[in-house]
Design a protein around this ligand. Structure first.
Ligand code: HEC
Length: 174
């Protein structure tokens, strides 16, 4: 059944590319954007916590970095490079003041996760499939839908400075 769905997704994405008059390179782009068969991994929200982060400036968000079991085991063992099958997810939410919590504290100090923003981003380790991007497939979902491949072109280049840690910035929070 799973195989059938995968086949269906790749066939439809191929037809999609063709019907939009895409060039051969666009076709491979369409394929690449179907990491996870173009669907959010159903269980990613249950993955374990690697760390949290807060970006200020224009992003102004709260984020959580989660890993599947392969990722968590590698992190805990300090294993680098990350093994095949590692998946790391980056979730982000609006950095939102909480009046409800502030009332309890008696002063404005509480910030919580508001609406989801900046999509859900993933890095998937498959050294042969994604050899040209350090062995990582990069993908992003906004409102549960995969973004087009051209929106992913800048992912790997921006992760290059983290080469010493296998292109992953986030350290395991103690
Ligand atoms: C402007 C540079 C930049 C771009 C572009 C970028 N990232 Fe990142 N990414 C970072 C930095 C820095 C972190 C760690 C801090 C954080 O989480 O904000 C990070 C964190 C991540 C993480 C958590 C694992 C880690 O490396 O810490 C994932 C997963 C991720 N990014 C995926 C993506 C995907 C997918 C794209 C493309 C859609 C992308 N990133 C584009 C800089 C970037």
């Amino acid at each position: 059944m799973t195989r059938f769905i995968f086949a269906f997704v790749s066939i439809t994405s191929l037809f999609g590319a063709v019907s939009y008059g895409a060039t051969p390179s666009d076709q491979s782009d369409a394929e690449a954007s179907t990491i996870f068969g173009g669907k959010l991994p159903p269980d990613y929200r249950d993955w374990k916590l690697i760390s949290v982060a807060h970006e200020e400036g224009t992003l102004n968000d709260l984020r959580a970095i989660l890993g599947n079991d392969v990722a968590i085991t590698a992190y805990r063992q300090g294993k680098l490079p990350f093994p095949e099958g590692t998946i790391i997810a980056r979730l982000a939410w609006n950095y939102t003041p909480s009046e409800e919590n502030d009332k309890v504290f008696g002063k404005p100090q509480s910030f919580v996760a508001g609406a989801p923003k900046e999509g859900v981003q993933f890095m998937v380790k498959d050294s042969s499939k994604y050899a040209s991007t350090g062995g990582w497939g990069f993908t992003e979902f906004i409102d549960s839908k995969p973004v087009p491949q051209n929106a992913l072109n800048g992912c790997f280049s921006c992760h290059l400075p983290a080469k010493a840690s296998d292109f992953v910035f986030t350290h395991y929070a103690p």
